[in-house]
Design a protein around this ligand. Structure first.
Ligand code: GDP
Length: 537
């Protein structure tokens, strides 16, 4: 190796990392995530053919739908990435499942982003899944930009929405744009950094396209918009007095959130949001290692597998591992090492993947996502590296809330059954728990959202030819315990013995029907260990 090539690679990695913004949109279903994704992509230039927005008719084209089940329900079960260029940056927007149901996938995607856009429906305010996802962001230290959507429709008062964010999330909202006109009467936006002018929007005739944007002076705004403008000016002054001003350090530390107002459907305020992603969201940075210290972006290649997906393409029986590049330069064909086993892994089949579309990736930089095909040996949470070893902390498993016993329909296919369940466990589709009481043929499945169970049923039949039957269990809560807890549980009359299970990594879990039972058990057996799992909420 020549001494001059290596530094050049490092410089390229650092320069390219500085241009990357890797983010996800978190929201409650129906808040407008698909609409916003499309609106963002409209302003930007999709880099890969795959992921480009295909015309206006297929609004769902930005959502990835890979499975028959998904198609038939019109929902997105998986997560992929949309990459586009904007200004001098490359933006990676990671898709999170948009269904009302919830899975661990959504949480894992958040392990691969540097920033999140929290989408809030102007009429509904903070909703259940916004809360859950926000908690994960806070737990992982991901800074959050807020977009209050659907301001073109009647909704709540702007200051009241900010109050809600501050009160419930203990997060200081610092508006960057402010609506001129109440929800349902959106005249335009004030950019609080330039209070001497107003951005006015006129809906295009027919309303199909993005609203037209023009800039007018404060005097013109006062003249033409009257009370709407003076109210906006007053409110922004009030905010200034309250020190609700964007400040980079507190935003990056997760203590404040810059807030943008707008309407994704007529594309109002979306450009300013996109500018914020470039100007405010952090680029990829050094990532902490399992062993202490961290891996700077200009170190040799390393990446984290945040998701593994089997059979995305029914015509190819394959398995794709989604890898976020964390440091260095990824080149297709390079041989890297899987940290968990120390074994080499060939990256000959690297793709960028969005839904069903794939294209070959030749080079990728920190912040980019690469799909590795035929990744049978890779697991969620795996680190891959080149040259200098690295291992990132594994993916957290989230506290499950749904439990079911799974059995093969056909006892004759128990080998396929065991193989399939083991694979789904490794992929992280569900958590598979062993119960001494029930034995090998009847493991207990645990999930964050019940749709994870549907995926199991579908894949066990379609992929492993081992149809299964699920029997829901009446538990809603798991606590980490040990032998002491196990003994106590067996003695207690509060819960039955079957509520004691072991996970793949041999952790002993106690299952309870609800928080009250867990608490009363703990009061009855104060010496028994009972620890919270990493709760998603
Ligand atoms: P998702 O479930 O979060 O992906 O939400 P969608 O993008 O599918 O939007 C849900 C509904 O809200 C759709 O009927 C959209 O047309 C509508 N919608 C989204 N954004 C806006 C907006 O800015 N204004 C209005 N009036 N409707 C919107």
């Amino acid at each position: 190796m020549s001494t001059t090539t290596l530094p050049a690679v490092h410089v390229a990695a650092a320069e390219q990392a500085a241009r990357r913004r890797t983010f996800a949109v978190i929201s409650h279903p129906d808040a407008g995530k698909s609409t916003l994704t499309e609106a963002l992509a409209l302003h930007a230039r999709a880099i890969t053919e795959a992921g480009a927005v295909h015309g206006k008719t297929g609004r769902r084209s930005v959502a990835s739908d890979w499975m028959e089940m998904e198609r038939s329900r019109g929902i997105s079960v998986t997560s992929a990435v949309l990459q586009f260029a904007y200004r001098d940056c490359v933006l990676n927007l990671l898709d999170t499942p948009g269904h009302a149901d919830f899975s661990e996938d959504t949480y894992r995607v958040l392990a691969a982003v540097d920033c999140a856009i929290m989408l809030v429906d102007a009429a509904k305010g903070l909703e259940e899944q916004t809360r859950k996802l926000f908690d994960v962001c806070r737990h992982r230290g991901i800074p959050v930009i807020t977009f209050v959507n659907k301001w073109d429709r009647p909704g709540r008062d702007a200051l009241e929405l900010l109050d809600e964010i501050e009160r419930e999330f203990r997060l200081k909202p610092t508006p960057v744009t402010w609506p001129v006109g109440i929800a349902g009467h959106l005249r335009g936006l004030m950019d609080v950094r330039h209070p001497d002018r107003m951005l006015r929007y006129t809906r295009a005739p027919g309303g199909a396209h993005a609203a037209l944007e023009e800039t007018i002076t404060a005097d013109q705004a006062a003249d033409q918009e009257g009370a709407d403008w003076s109210q906006a000016v007053e409110e922004v002054e009030l905010l200034g007095a309250d020190a609700a001003v964007h400040e980079a350090d507190s935003f990056l530390a997760g203590r404040s959130t810059p807030v943008f107002f707008g309407a994704a459907m007529p594309n109002i305020g979306v450009r300013l949001l996109l500018d914020a992603v470039v100007d405010l969201a952090p680029p990829p940075a050094a990532r902490p290692l399992e062993t202490g210290g961290d891996r700077p972006v200009d170190a040799p290649f390393s990446g984290l597998v945040f998701k593994v997906q089997a059979n995305m393409d029914p015509s190819h029986r394959d398995r794709i591992a989604f890898l976020r590049v964390c440091s260095g330069v990824f080149r297709r064909g390079m041989t890297v090492t899987r940290a968990a086993s120390g074994k080499p892994f060939s990256t000959k089949y690297a793709h960028s993947v969005f839904g069903q579309d794939r294209s070959m990736v030749e080079t990728a930089y920190p912040g980019d996502v690469v799909g590795l095909v035929n990744a049978a040996s890779l697991r969620v949470g795996d680190t891959l590296y080149a040259e200098r070893p690295a291992e990132f902390p594994g993916m957290p498993t989230f506290a499950p809330e749904h439990f079911a016993v799974v059995r093969p329909v056909d006892i004759g296919r128990s080998k396929q059954f065991r193989r399939g369940i083991a694979q789904l466990d490794e992929e992280g589709v569900v958590q598979v728990l062993a119960s001494d009481l029930r034995g090998e043929q009847a493991p207990v499945l645990a999930a964050v959202g019940p749709m994870q169970f549907d995926v199991v049923i579908h894949r066990m039949e379609g992929e492993f030819a081992a149809p299964v039957r699920l029997e829901p269990l009446p538990y809603r809560l798991a606590r980490l315990t040990d032998a002491s807890g196990g003994e106590a549980l067996n003695r207690s009359r509060i819960v039955r013995g079957e509520s004691l299970v072991r996970s793949r990594d041999k952790a002993v879990l106690a299952l309870f029907p609800d928080r009250w039972q867990a608490n009363s058990f703990q009061r009855a057996f104060p010496d028994a260990l009972l620890e919270h799992l990493i709760a998603a909420h």
